[in-house]
Design a protein around this ligand. Sequence first.
Ligand code: ATP
Ligand code: MG
Length: 208
Amino acid sequence: MAIIALVGNKGGAGKTTLCVNLASGLNKLAPTVILDADPQRSSLQWRQLSDDSDGVSVQDAVDDLATTVFTASKVYTHLVIDCPPSVHAEQTAQALERADLALIPVQPSPLDLWATVHIEGKVDEARRVNPDLRAILVINQLEPRTTLSKLMREALAELSLPTARTAIRRRMAFRSAVLEGRTVLDLGSRGKPAADEIRALIKEVVKR
Ligand SMILES: Nc1ncnc2c1ncn2[C@@H]1O[C@H](COP(=O)(O)OP(=O)(O)OP(=O)(O)O)[C@@H](O)[C@H]1O
Ligand SMILES: [Mg+2]
Protein backbone atom coordinates (compact mmCIF):
# COMPACT_ATOMS: atom_id res chain seq x y z
CA MET A 1 0.00 0.00 0.00
CA ALA A 2 1.17 3.54 -0.70
CA ILE A 3 -0.14 6.82 0.65
CA ILE A 4 0.79 9.67 -1.66
CA ALA A 5 0.09 13.29 -0.69
CA LEU A 6 0.04 16.18 -3.15
CA VAL A 7 1.23 19.12 -1.09
CA GLY A 8 2.33 22.66 -1.64
CA ASN A 9 2.45 26.15 -0.30
CA LYS A 10 1.12 27.95 -3.34
CA GLY A 11 -2.29 28.00 -5.01
CA GLY A 12 -2.43 26.76 -8.57
CA ALA A 13 0.79 24.74 -8.56
CA GLY A 14 -1.00 21.71 -9.97
CA LYS A 15 -1.78 19.57 -6.91
CA THR A 16 -5.30 18.67 -8.02
CA THR A 17 -4.26 18.15 -11.66
CA LEU A 18 -1.48 15.76 -10.66
CA CYS A 19 -3.67 14.16 -7.99
CA VAL A 20 -6.49 13.13 -10.35
CA ASN A 21 -4.16 12.05 -13.16
CA LEU A 22 -1.74 10.10 -10.95
CA ALA A 23 -4.61 8.46 -9.04
CA SER A 24 -6.29 7.41 -12.29
CA GLY A 25 -2.99 5.98 -13.56
CA LEU A 26 -2.47 4.09 -10.28
CA ASN A 27 -6.08 2.88 -10.35
CA LYS A 28 -5.28 1.02 -13.58
CA LEU A 29 -2.60 -0.91 -11.64
CA ALA A 30 -4.35 -1.47 -8.27
CA PRO A 31 -7.45 -0.18 -6.42
CA THR A 32 -6.89 3.51 -5.71
CA VAL A 33 -8.89 6.25 -4.00
CA ILE A 34 -8.49 10.01 -3.89
CA LEU A 35 -8.94 11.60 -0.46
CA ASP A 36 -9.85 15.24 -0.95
CA ALA A 37 -8.45 17.12 2.05
CA ASP A 38 -8.70 20.60 0.51
CA PRO A 39 -11.71 22.70 1.66
CA GLN A 40 -12.04 23.88 -1.98
CA ARG A 41 -13.01 20.25 -2.73
CA SER A 42 -11.76 20.45 -6.34
CA SER A 43 -11.12 16.70 -6.68
CA LEU A 44 -14.68 15.99 -5.54
CA GLN A 45 -16.00 18.52 -8.08
CA TRP A 46 -13.92 16.88 -10.80
CA ARG A 47 -15.40 13.46 -9.93
CA GLN A 48 -18.94 14.86 -10.03
CA LEU A 49 -18.38 15.91 -13.67
CA SER A 50 -17.58 12.34 -14.64
CA ASP A 51 -20.04 9.70 -15.77
CA ASP A 52 -17.38 6.96 -15.67
CA SER A 53 -18.57 4.44 -13.08
CA ASP A 54 -15.21 2.62 -13.30
CA GLY A 55 -13.26 5.80 -12.62
CA VAL A 56 -11.25 6.37 -9.47
CA SER A 57 -13.46 7.28 -6.49
CA VAL A 58 -13.01 10.42 -4.42
CA GLN A 59 -13.81 10.68 -0.71
CA ASP A 60 -14.29 13.85 1.31
CA ALA A 61 -11.46 13.95 3.86
CA VAL A 62 -11.53 17.65 4.72
CA ASP A 63 -12.82 17.33 8.28
CA ASP A 64 -11.32 14.04 9.40
CA LEU A 65 -8.35 12.97 7.33
CA ALA A 66 -7.01 10.62 10.02
CA THR A 67 -10.14 8.45 10.14
CA THR A 68 -10.62 8.55 6.36
CA VAL A 69 -7.03 7.39 5.77
CA PHE A 70 -7.45 4.62 8.35
CA THR A 71 -10.70 3.34 6.81
CA ALA A 72 -9.59 3.68 3.17
CA SER A 73 -6.28 1.89 3.83
CA LYS A 74 -8.25 -1.28 4.61
CA VAL A 75 -9.91 -1.22 1.18
CA TYR A 76 -7.52 0.39 -1.31
CA THR A 77 -3.92 -0.27 -2.33
CA HIS A 78 -3.14 3.37 -3.11
CA LEU A 79 -4.45 6.48 -1.34
CA VAL A 80 -3.80 9.80 -3.06
CA ILE A 81 -4.43 12.86 -0.89
CA ASP A 82 -5.19 16.28 -2.42
CA CYS A 83 -4.06 18.92 0.12
CA PRO A 84 -4.91 22.62 0.57
CA PRO A 85 -2.49 25.21 -0.88
CA SER A 86 -0.70 25.87 2.40
CA VAL A 87 1.83 23.96 4.47
CA HIS A 88 0.35 25.67 7.52
CA ALA A 89 -3.04 23.98 7.04
CA GLU A 90 -3.96 21.26 9.52
CA GLN A 91 -4.83 18.89 6.65
CA THR A 92 -1.33 19.24 5.14
CA ALA A 93 0.32 18.42 8.48
CA GLN A 94 -1.92 15.40 8.94
CA ALA A 95 -1.26 14.18 5.39
CA LEU A 96 2.53 14.52 5.84
CA GLU A 97 2.37 12.57 9.10
CA ARG A 98 0.70 9.62 7.33
CA ALA A 99 2.09 9.64 3.78
CA ASP A 100 4.77 7.37 2.36
CA LEU A 101 5.44 9.93 -0.35
CA ALA A 102 4.82 13.68 -0.59
CA LEU A 103 4.82 15.06 -4.11
CA ILE A 104 5.26 18.81 -4.35
CA PRO A 105 4.38 20.35 -7.73
CA VAL A 106 6.32 23.53 -8.46
CA GLN A 107 5.81 25.86 -11.40
CA PRO A 108 8.85 27.35 -13.14
CA SER A 109 8.57 30.72 -11.42
CA PRO A 110 10.61 32.35 -8.64
CA LEU A 111 7.48 33.00 -6.56
CA ASP A 112 6.67 29.30 -6.57
CA LEU A 113 10.25 28.44 -5.75
CA TRP A 114 10.26 30.75 -2.73
CA ALA A 115 6.98 29.31 -1.47
CA THR A 116 8.53 25.85 -1.69
CA VAL A 117 11.25 26.67 0.84
CA HIS A 118 8.65 26.52 3.66
CA ILE A 119 7.84 22.94 2.74
CA GLU A 120 11.29 21.65 3.69
CA GLY A 121 10.69 22.62 7.32
CA LYS A 122 7.25 20.97 7.38
CA VAL A 123 8.65 17.78 5.88
CA ASP A 124 11.38 17.73 8.57
CA GLU A 125 8.71 18.25 11.24
CA ALA A 126 6.56 15.44 9.87
CA ARG A 127 9.59 13.10 9.76
CA ARG A 128 9.78 13.27 13.58
CA VAL A 129 6.61 11.13 13.68
CA ASN A 130 6.86 9.67 10.16
CA PRO A 131 10.59 8.99 9.66
CA ASP A 132 10.16 7.11 6.37
CA LEU A 133 8.38 9.97 4.58
CA ARG A 134 9.83 10.53 1.09
CA ALA A 135 9.33 13.99 -0.39
CA ILE A 136 9.95 14.86 -4.04
CA LEU A 137 9.51 18.09 -5.99
CA VAL A 138 7.84 17.80 -9.41
CA ILE A 139 8.25 20.54 -11.99
CA ASN A 140 4.79 21.22 -13.44
CA GLN A 141 3.71 23.45 -16.33
CA LEU A 142 7.19 23.27 -17.80
CA GLU A 143 7.70 25.23 -21.03
CA PRO A 144 10.92 23.67 -22.26
CA ARG A 145 12.07 26.48 -24.49
CA THR A 146 11.97 29.22 -21.87
CA THR A 147 15.09 30.30 -19.99
CA LEU A 148 13.17 30.32 -16.72
CA SER A 149 12.27 26.67 -17.11
CA LYS A 150 15.92 25.81 -17.78
CA LEU A 151 17.05 27.76 -14.70
CA MET A 152 14.39 26.12 -12.57
CA ARG A 153 16.06 22.75 -12.30
CA GLU A 154 19.33 24.37 -11.21
CA ALA A 155 17.48 26.48 -8.62
CA LEU A 156 15.58 23.48 -7.26
CA ALA A 157 18.86 21.58 -6.90
CA GLU A 158 19.79 24.09 -4.17
CA LEU A 159 16.93 22.82 -2.00
CA SER A 160 17.36 19.84 0.29
CA LEU A 161 14.47 17.91 -1.32
CA PRO A 162 15.14 15.97 -4.55
CA THR A 163 13.43 16.88 -7.84
CA ALA A 164 11.84 14.18 -10.03
CA ARG A 165 13.60 13.63 -13.36
CA THR A 166 10.17 13.52 -15.00
CA ALA A 167 8.77 17.02 -15.47
CA ILE A 168 5.18 17.69 -16.50
CA ARG A 169 4.82 20.13 -19.38
CA ARG A 170 2.14 22.78 -19.77
CA ARG A 171 -0.35 21.06 -22.04
CA MET A 172 -3.93 21.84 -23.00
CA ALA A 173 -4.84 18.17 -22.47
CA PHE A 174 -4.47 18.58 -18.69
CA ARG A 175 -7.04 21.39 -18.71
CA SER A 176 -9.53 19.96 -21.17
CA ALA A 177 -9.58 16.53 -19.50
CA VAL A 178 -10.60 18.07 -16.16
CA LEU A 179 -13.47 19.93 -17.83
CA GLU A 180 -14.84 16.57 -18.91
CA GLY A 181 -14.32 14.90 -15.50
CA ARG A 182 -11.67 12.78 -17.15
CA THR A 183 -7.89 12.48 -17.12
CA VAL A 184 -5.25 12.69 -19.82
CA LEU A 185 -5.14 8.88 -19.73
CA ASP A 186 -8.70 8.77 -21.15
CA LEU A 187 -8.12 11.10 -24.11
CA GLY A 188 -6.58 8.62 -26.56
CA SER A 189 -4.03 10.02 -29.00
CA ARG A 190 -5.04 13.59 -28.03
CA GLY A 191 -3.71 12.98 -24.52
CA LYS A 192 -0.80 10.67 -25.34
CA PRO A 193 2.16 13.00 -24.63
CA ALA A 194 0.58 14.07 -21.31
CA ALA A 195 -0.38 10.49 -20.43
CA ASP A 196 3.21 9.35 -21.11
CA GLU A 197 4.46 11.95 -18.62
CA ILE A 198 2.01 10.77 -15.95
CA ARG A 199 3.00 7.12 -16.50
CA ALA A 200 6.69 8.07 -16.39
CA LEU A 201 6.20 9.95 -13.13
CA ILE A 202 4.39 6.98 -11.57
CA LYS A 203 7.17 4.65 -12.69
CA GLU A 204 9.83 6.98 -11.33
CA VAL A 205 8.40 7.85 -7.91
CA VAL A 206 5.93 5.16 -6.80
CA LYS A 207 7.64 2.13 -5.28
CA ARG A 208 6.17 -1.21 -6.30
N1 ATP B 1 0.65 20.64 -16.69
C1 ATP B 1 -0.35 21.50 -16.89
N2 ATP B 1 -0.64 21.97 -18.11
C2 ATP B 1 -1.63 22.86 -18.32
N3 ATP B 1 -2.41 23.36 -17.34
C3 ATP B 1 -2.17 22.94 -16.08
C4 ATP B 1 -1.15 21.98 -15.78
N4 ATP B 1 -1.17 21.77 -14.44
C5 ATP B 1 -2.15 22.53 -13.93
N5 ATP B 1 -2.76 23.25 -14.91
C6 ATP B 1 -3.84 24.23 -14.75
O1 ATP B 1 -3.41 25.18 -13.78
C7 ATP B 1 -4.46 25.55 -12.92
C8 ATP B 1 -4.13 25.20 -11.47
O2 ATP B 1 -3.96 23.78 -11.36
P1 ATP B 1 -4.57 22.99 -10.11
O3 ATP B 1 -5.94 23.42 -9.81
O4 ATP B 1 -4.30 21.56 -10.37
O5 ATP B 1 -3.58 23.51 -8.98
P2 ATP B 1 -3.74 23.34 -7.40
O6 ATP B 1 -2.36 23.34 -6.85
O7 ATP B 1 -4.59 22.17 -7.08
O8 ATP B 1 -4.51 24.67 -7.00
P3 ATP B 1 -5.16 25.00 -5.58
O9 ATP B 1 -4.00 25.38 -4.75
O10 ATP B 1 -6.09 26.13 -5.85
O11 ATP B 1 -5.82 23.75 -5.08
C9 ATP B 1 -5.69 24.81 -13.43
O12 ATP B 1 -6.37 25.67 -14.31
C10 ATP B 1 -5.10 23.63 -14.19
O13 ATP B 1 -5.95 23.19 -15.24
MG1 MG C 1 -6.27 21.98 -5.86
